[in-house]
Each structure stands twice: as structure tokens, then as C-alpha cells.
Design a protein around this ligand. Structure first.
Ligand code: GDP
Ligand code: MG
Length: 621
């Protein structure tokens, strides 16, 4: 296929606006999948994606369509639907020349529509606005057109109005893709230049890479002269194999053992060339060797790399521990298997006095963390203890050096604090979209999460779009839940990272009889330390059982106690409850006490805390 007969496009939409449904219809119309295929939403492959109705991993599919007498190769490049994966979204978009901006004709523009629009706009893509769900009685196409003009200054005269569900208007979408979106530029005769924009792990062939070929071509298969060669020397063996390509980032060289297009499953082809999008199998052992945004070139023929490469960056860290310490190896196994397919999760070993041996995991964001935890529980078939999530804070010292803190245990101790000039925390620019009647509630929510208003305007006669800078740490907690509950689900929120800002941080230590419980300490803004301290002390009181001695539960900042609760001692003789007599009942009680002890963890202060208490403390909201 020459580049002029190729179109590479994506669909951007807010969750539930119909991206997967439209993709299914396009694949059906082009005969790529059958109409009665039971496997609807073919692009959302993972179970967790189906359950949550979101797209986590990008999926790509090619289709063929004849338009005005010519057959075109259309590549639909799906993008992850959530801001946690914004770097992956921008790389997928870099593989396209245009995008379908899909908006629900009842709900209108939502925060994610805005965030994804700007990513596409930033890549210089041709944007085709489409209103979906026009079959619904509540659809209001005029209002949506007004919103598109106000928010994005889009000319809406050519806006398509469709029902992805019934199929009305969907064939016009294929026409618009061919007529309005420019073909890829690129020269098949130039040296190879390929952008790696997605990867996954396949249990049979290993790592599969999705690439967009900008220039040149990649071939596979035996050398044409293979049969004539005497296969005796290594040099001859090399000629039997396919191309070898090198990663600009790692400088590792790979043999192309398989390649092809996604149709919609892997469909082998002899070569991929400039303008095409497809998969290559390079014999990589783990997705950690595949860097999204990387550039491949043919061995020895280095070409200019694609700009803006950045490795996956963790924005949220949490400790992960087996409930039963004997399950450590099993947990390690499950983690190894899962991270094969998700190289954006960082894993380091860590030890906690309270919880034993575990791991510190880094995620791209909170959704990423939730999705991964859910997958882990399925894979590992047991519950785990996650410590409270924390963002990467910076400590800036008087001598000009800097250090990142990913765990409250790394927070400077008293003696070190004297050398600290300032702390800094990561910030985001947040966009909120909601009906005007929730204005007060939303300003209140952002204000109480240390937000600062930047901008506010109206999308139409009743919807407000508001911009706030917010600390990432504040949106890790109850921000989303509050946003949804205070607006009955009518508000949407999305954000982009904007780097670090200096802030006043302290570490709150939880103490049991004067001894800190490391797994429960946390880093907070100084203004919140008292509220957090009181809350944690109360929660801890709810799970610590009475013991033979009095227990002091305290929260301290810099060795100064700022909250306290006390649990009275229980009487020594457990059998005292039996009112004498019944020996079997007495034995039962004694056994029960022994059994209880097994699962107990003795804290440094001599206080016993059941492992399950950590579950209640850290997960119970
Ligand atoms: P995604 O999150 O953007 O991928 O959205 P989905 O394609 O999963 O669609 C979300 C929901 O909207 C599903 O229940 C679809 O059946 C429904 N839906 C999608 N398109 C239409 C449409 O044109 N009309 C109606 N009535 N419902 C639709
Ligand atoms: Mg979907």
C-alpha cells in the first residue's frame, strides 16, 4: 500500500461516549469482524477493561475499505482512555494523522474530552467532530455544536451525527476518515525509521511491539538466496533471517522474527512499509526492554529519533505486603507475571517492621494502581495489604542537593531537618466540567483540597468549565469520590501534570505505647497534620483489641504528640467470663485465645495487632 492509500486515525472520547461501540461498527462495516460476532467491543480485550468499561491498554486494528473506486488501508489506533496514561495516549496519537472527536449528544463535552482534545491538537492532528447517540430522545445536537465551538473553536458545519449503537451515519464516518484526514507522509525508499507506540506480552511469542513506520520498510523471512547457500558458517546463517533492527534508546539489536497487521488479531505479512502501522515480534523477553516512544532503525543505519521520548514515570507509590508472611514468594511470582505485561509499574523490595517483607510499587496514577491491584488479586488469588498511597516528594537541601521520597520511612528525621531548605510536591492542572448548580460545591471541594482557581467559564448556557491547580497528593485521596457524590455523578474531572511546587510537609507517626508503627506513618501538609492525626488515632482505636495492659495510641509530628486515645486494660483471667463451672467452655476459650495469638503481630511497644487490622485500617474508608 502506497502512503496515499493509507489513513491512520484514532478515536478520542470521554468514558462511555461510545468509542468501543463505534470501533465495533467500523470493523463490521469493513468486514473485518462479522456482524453477529459475540465478541463485541473487540478492542477492549482485558477483563478488567470490560468490567470497568474503560480502555486501559491501547489496541489497534486495520481494515480495508473501498471508496470512490479505490481500496484504502485504514488503521484505527486506539488510545488508552485515561489521563494516567497520557504519555501513552500522546505516543499513540503520534502514530496518527487525524482523530475522531466523539461526543455523547446528551452528555456533551466532558473533562476527558477536553484533555484528549488538547493532546491531539498538540500533535497537529486533523480533528473530525462526531456527535454520537443521536437516537436518544435527550440528544441535543445544537447545544453540543455550541459547546464544540466554545471549547475548541471548531468549525461544526461538517460535524457528523451518528448512532454507533444502531449504525445510523456510521458509513459516513469511513468517508470522512478518507476525505478529511491526510495520508501519512513518508518515503519507503529512505532508511527505516519506526515509532514504537504500544507493547504487550504474549505467552507464546513473548513481547509484541506495535510500530508506525515513518520511513523505509521492515521485512521478515528467509533471504531470497537462502536455498542456494550452504548453511555451514554463521555468516550464512545470518543471511537466512529477517531484518535486524536497533532500539535508539537501549541500543540493543533485534532480529525481526515476525511482523504483520492487526486484522483485528495478528495477521502476518511479508513486510511493513512507510505509512503503515503493524506489529513486530523481536524476541524481547520482557516489556521492560520495549520503551514506548522509542525509535527503531535498521542495524548500522541510524536515523533521526522521534522527539519527546520519556520513560514511564511513577506518580503514585504504595507498599504491598502479603497478609500471611509465608505467601511472600507466591506474591513475588504473581508480580513477576503481571509486570511482564505492564512495564510501567516499578517494583522494589522493601521491609516494614509491622508488615514484614514486601514491595514498593510505583504507578502512573491512581486508576493505574486500582487496575493493577485488581489484576494482582485475580492473579495471586489472595488479598494483599496496600499501604496508603503516596506521591514522590522532593527534599531540597541547603547545600543545593535534592532527594526524592517515595515512602514515609524516607522522610528526614529531626536531626536531618536542620539541613532541609524546602520540600516540594507534584502538582496538576485540573479541569472540571459540571452543571452550574454545583458551582459552590465544586469550589468548596477544590478549596478544601488545597486547590487554586486559575480560570472559569461557561461551555453553554448551563455548563461550567473550571481550571484549578491541585497537589497530586490531594487527588489521591477522596477527591474523585467526593466529586461524584457531591454532584450525583454530573461532574467530570481530568488533569495534566505541571511539575513540582514548594510546600510545607510534615510526617505524622502513629505510636502504640510510644513505639512507631512504620506502616501507618504518612506525609501530609502541615495544615492537615492535626486533622489526619485525630482521624488515624480514632481509626486505630477501632481495631486494637483490649489487652492485659493499658494501650496508648498516639500520633506525633517531630516527636510532639498531637492526638491521643487510650484503651483500658482487660482483666487478666480470660476464664473469669465463665462464671465458674463449665470446663469444656473454659478449654474452648483458652484455645481461642491461643488461636488468636497466631495471627497477631507484636508491635515494638509490646502491643499485639492482628494483621487483619491493617486491612481494616488501610482499606476501610
Ligand atoms: P466507551 O467507554 O467510549 O468505549 O463507550 P462504549 O462504546 O462502551 O459505550 C458506552 C455505552 O453507551 C454502552 O452501553 C453502549 O451500548 C452505549 N452506546 C454507545 N453508542 C450508542 C448510541 O449511539 N446510542 C445509544 N443509545 N447508546 C450507545
Ligand atoms: Mg471502551
Amino acid at each position: 500500500y502506497p502512503p496515499e492509500l493509507i489513513r491512520n486515525f484514532s478515536i478520542i472520547a470521554h468514558i462511555d461516549h461510545g468509542k468501543s461501540t463505534l470501533a465495533d461498527r467500523l470493523l463490521e462495516l469493513t468486514g473485518t469482524i462479522s456482524k453477529d460476532s459475540a465478541n463485541k467491543q473487540v478492542l477492549d480485550k482485558l477483563k478488567v477493561e470490560r468490567e470497568r468499561g474503560i480502555t486501559v491498554k491501547a489496541q489497534t486494528a486495520s481494515m480495508f475499505h473501498t471508496h470512490n473506486g479505490k481500496q484504502y488501508l485504514l488503521n484505527l489506533i486506539d488510545t488508552p482512555g485515561h489521563v494516567d496514561f497520557s504519555y501513552e495516549v500522546s505516543r499513540s496519537l503520534a502514530a496518527c494523522q487525524g482523530t475522531l472527536l466523539l461526543v455523547d449528544a446528551c452528555q456533551g463535552i466532558q473533562a476527558q474530552t477536553v484533555a484528549n482534545f488538547y493532546l491531539a491538537f498538540g500533535e497537529g492532528l486533523t480533528i473530525v467532530p462526531i456527535m454520537n447517540k443521536i437516537d436518544l430522545p435527550a440528544a441535543d445536537p445544537e447545544k453540543i455544536a455550541q459547546q464544540l465551538e466554545t471549547a475548541f473553536e471548531l468549525d461544526t458545519t461538517d460535524t457528523l451525527a451518528i448512532s454507533a449503537k444502531s449504525g445510523v451515519g456510521v458509513s459516513d464516518v469511513l468517508g470522512a476518515v478518507i476525505d478529511r484526514i491526510p495520508p501519512p507522509e513518508g518515503d519507503p525508499t529512505k532508511p527505516l525509521r519506526a515509532l514504537l507506540f504500544d507493547t504487550w506480552y504474549d505467552q507464546y511469542v513473548g513481547v509484541v511491539c506495535l510500530v508506525a513506520i515513518k520511513d523505509g520498510k521492515i521485512k521478515k523471512g528467509a533471504h531470497p538466496d537462502a536455498s542456494k547457500l550452504a548453511v555451514t558458517k554463521c555468516a550464512d546463517l545470518a543471511k537466512l533471517t529477517g531484518d535486524r533492527i536497533t532500539s535508539t534508546h537501549s541500543q540493543l539489536s533485534y532480529e525481526v522474527s515476525d511482523l504483520g497487521i492487526m486484522y483485528p488479531e495478528q495477521h502476518p505479512c511479508p513486510s511493513l512499509q512507510a505509512g503503515q502501522v503493524g506489529y513486530v515480534v523481536l524476541g524481547m523477553k520482557t516489556t521492560r526492554d520495549a520503551f514506548i516512544g522509542d525509535t527503531f532503525y535498521r542495524d548500522g543505519h541510524r536515523t533521526e529519533a522521534f522527539p519527546g521520548f520519556q520513560p514511564a514515570k511513577s506518580m503514585v507509590f504504595a507498599g504491598l505486603y502479603p497478609i500471611d508472611t509465608a505467601d511472600y514468594a507466591k506474591l513475588q511470582d504473581a508480580l513477576d507475571r503481571l509486570t511482564l505485561n505492564d512495564a510501567s509499574v516499578s517494583v522494589h523490595k522493601e521491609t516494614s517492621m509491622a508488615l514484614g517483607q514486601g514491595f514498593r510499587l510505583g504507578f502512573l496514577g491512581t486508576l493505574h494502581m486500582d487496575v493493577f491491584s485488581q489484576r494482582l488479586e485475580e492473579e495471586y488469588e489472595a488479598a494483599v495489604i496496600n499501604t496508603a498511597p503516596t506521591v514522590p516528594y522532593l527534599v531540597r537541601y541547603l547545600d543545593g542537593t535534592e532527594r526524592v521520597i517515595r515512602n514515609p520511612a524516607q522522610f528526614p528525621e529531626m536531626e536531618e531537618l536542620g539541613r532541609v531548605k524546602a520540600f516540594a510536591e507534584p502538582m496538576v492542572n485540573g479541569t472540571l466540567i459540571f452543571p452550574e448548580r454545583f458551582l459552590g460545591a465544586m469550589m468548596d471541594l477544590c478549596g478544601s483540597h488545597r486547590g487554586e482557581q486559575q480560570d472559569m467559564s461557561y461551555l453553554d448556557d448551563e455548563r461550567v468549565i473550571m481550571k484549578y491547580t491541585l497537589p497530586v497528593a490531594e487527588i489521591l485521596t477522596d477527591f474523585y469520590d467526593q466529586l461524584k457524590s457531591r454532584t450525583s455523578g454530573y461532574a467530570s474531572f481530568d488533569y495534566e501534570e505541571i511539575g513540582y511546587r514548594e510546600t510545607d510537609l510534615v510526617k505524622v507517626n502513629l505510636l502504640l505505647n510510644g513505639k512507631p508503627v512504620d506502616a501507618l506513618s504518612c506525609i501530609v501538609h502541615r495544615d492537615q497534620s492535626e486533622r489526619v492525626a485525630k482521624e488515624w488515632v480514632k481509626r486505630l482505636k477501632g481495631v486494637v483489641e483490649r489487652q492485659l495492659f493499658e494501650i496508648a495510641i498516639q500520633a506525633a509530628v517531630n516527636n510532639k504528640v498531637i492526638a491521643r486515645e487510650t484503651i483500658q486494660a482487660v482483666r487478666k483471667d480470660v476464664t473469669a467470663k465463665c462464671y465458674g463451672g463449665d470446663i469444656t467452655r473454659k478449654m474452648k476459650l483458652l484455645n481461642k485465645q491461643k488461636e488468636g495469638k497466631k495471627k497477631m503481630k507484636t508491635m515494638a511497644g509490646g502491643v499485639q495487632l492482628p494483621q487483619e487490622a491493617f486491612m481494616t485500617l488501610l482499606h476501610g474508608k
